[in-house]
Design a protein. Sequence first.
Length: 149
Amino acid sequence: MSAYEVVKVERQHTAAVQVMVAFADLPAAERWAREKLAEALPGIQAEPPGSSFTLCRIPRGNRMHMEPGVVVMGPFDPVGDVVASELPAGRAVRQVLVGPLEKLPEAWPALFSWCMSRGLRLEGAFWQVYGPTVTEPAEPQTTLYALLA
């Protein structure tokens, strides 16, 4: 894992599937949303989509707002369950995680703890951007972002 750093992030247009899901159902919801995206993307834009990501909000109870999606060139009309959305702009804490996605459940609490230990207030939005893979495909790269208030 890389060190944490505070960076400025720009707003990005996205195509996403918005769901509110129980923790136990996160993997199935992510797979379902990715299938819906794959079906809808050819009708949304002519350009190849950008980075794939999952945007979340701080959980409420045992449920979490989640938006699996891809970066796109601009807004568009909804296509089935796929809607136009955005990755937020502002100051965020960033960390690059190299290794299997199974490390994510440990990485997020560590990032949030790092923010708290430095007096950084979280806005509530956090997201992970997948890829590009490093030279070894068995070692994927995921960039974590947590928006600061």
